[in-house]
Design a protein. Sequence first.
Length: 173
Amino acid sequence: MKTARGLVLSALVLAGGCAPAPPPARAESDAPPARNAPPEDLLVLADLRVLRGDEPVVMLYRNGLLVEHGETLGTLHSNGFFVDLGGTIEIRLSSDGTVPTRSGTLIIDEGGTATFRLPEVEPEVLRFDAEGRVAGAKTPLRVEGLTPRMRRTAMFALLLPDLLRLRRHDTIK
């Protein structure tokens, strides 16, 4: 009897090794991955500072922590999500660089150029010059720690405090 049982187990092990593995089971609560989910590396996180003159205005740390005038606002993630201190996703940068608002659309390209499009209004554009100054800003700003790979991240970090203020006034979706 022991030999027959051993042969059956051996046959099951050998047969199992020849057949393709079944797909992993998914729990009912697991949602399928979204087709338009942003990639994990949409943004490059590193230390940078936005300065007005010599005064730091916005700081982004390599762990994603975003600080404005010494006040921690939340965490920016490499997938484009900005999460507040309570853990709520406040703003999302889509994989194509867009942030929809109730009044228009903000688009930040990989080179760090931000274009805010409103219906029937000329688009507003911000971009970085070679020294990290923000061309098109109403006040002179510059970014320390800016690299070519960080340009989209830097522009999003620069604009996030204003986007959060707009959201509080219910103009961001």
